[in-house]
Write a protein that binds this ligand. Sequence first.
Ligand code: AP5
Length: 214
Amino acid sequence: MNIILIGPPGAGKGTQAKRLVTERGMVQLSTGDMLREARDSGTEMGQRVAEVMSRGALVTDEIVIGLIAEKLDSLGAAGAIFDGFPRTLAQADALEALLQGRGAPIDHVIEMRVDDEALVARISGRFSCGSCGEVYHDTTRPTRTEGICDVCGSTEFLRRADDNEDSLRARLMAYYKQTSPLLGYYHAKGQLSVVDGMGEMDAVAGDVAAVLDR
Ligand code: AP5
């Protein structure tokens, strides 16, 4: 099964994708994570990507589609969760063509709907483990023991450079201008389901599971 999670920055796409990896053995394909890896690699492409990401704008379709195509080549039989991809109509067309070639279509597109005010609180409180990448939140998902990662025991934590108010505003604008038209596109194709992303993480996970098991 292949699914797409669509939602504004901080909607909980990554959080729910990681649960599906654990609970259903699916593979998370996050273009945000791939681009952060490219950015940290120090290559020329990585430097260009870093500049665009810090502004909260979208990286070019060409780069992002290239990264996804590469990952799909090495994907086995497990279902994929597309987290943060596609974000433009050109990316949606490219994904369809790539999946057609593999004979594995998109089964569900899930829109995670969250109010803008809640997104600011989620983004400003987010931090992650510097070792295993587990994502936490200052108030809604703190570590069980302060300063120690629940998963790997590391004491190193990171906050994303683009998790600030200016960048969030630009990311939201990019979402409404370039990505939200995809909702109409997938609705017209009969693939779109909407999940209320304002609930607690477990409740949202239950709603996502209900869509997948439909
Ligand atoms: P990306 O990394 O994809 O960032 P994003 O879309 O802005 O989404 P986030 O990762 O910020 O949020 P999320 O929805 O995953 O929320 P999370 O689960 O962490 O992209 C970053 C940049 O890369 C883009 O700006 C762009 O420049 C570039 N890029 C990426 N893909 C691209 C593409 N396809 N094309 C072009 N450019 C691309 O949750 C957030 C916080 O809230 C966490 O702390 C979490 O613990 C908490 N939380 C989660 N769920 C709940 C809940 N139900 N209740 C309370 N708290 C919750």
